[in-house]
Design a protein around this ligand. Structure first.
Ligand code: ZN
Length: 137
């Protein structure tokens, strides 16, 4: 069975030493990505150490779950979402409206954790709206 990227659908491979090479082979190397970042649970597999957890329980019940992607979809697309000035301005308004803005930081990471949810909601609602439009087209 051919392993394929969960987003673009390209054929993946796991040839040692080719990941991220500037070649079709480098761009199609399989790589696993957590749906909800490990750092939110106080872990970081690629940095070894322990960090402060943002979530004790995953709000989406997806802790530790992963999908497999190509280099392009994982490293370029998923790790670098584009948020322009107006997008940040509107996200800040949403954060304020939901009572998740902060004046001075405290020991609590509660608001920081809860700010992760509206951004995910933007993605869910945006995808839903765009797909409804394109399917109904
Ligand atoms: Zn891909």
């Amino acid at each position: 069975m051919t392993e394929r990227c969960a987003i673009c659908g390209c054929q993946l491979h796991r040839t040692t030493g080719t990941y991220a090479r500037p070649t079709p082979e480098g761009h199609s190397h399989a790589s696993s990505h957590h749906y909800v970042a490990e750092r939110f649970f106080g872990r970081s597999t690629n940095r070894g150490g322990q960090r402060e957890a943002l979530f004790r329980v995953c709000p989406w019940e997806q802790e530790g779950k992963t999908a497999v992607f190509c280099y392009d979809c994982h490293e370029e697309l998923l790790h670098n979402p584009v948020l322009l000035k107006q997008d940040i301005f509107e996200l800040a308004e949403l954060v304020k409206r939901r009572g998740l803005a902060e004046d001075e930081k405290t020991e609590s990471r509660d608001k920081a954790a809860r700010r992760v949810e509206p951004l995910h909601e933007v993605i869910v609602r945006g995808l839903g709206a765009i797909l409804a439009e394109e399917r109904g087209g």
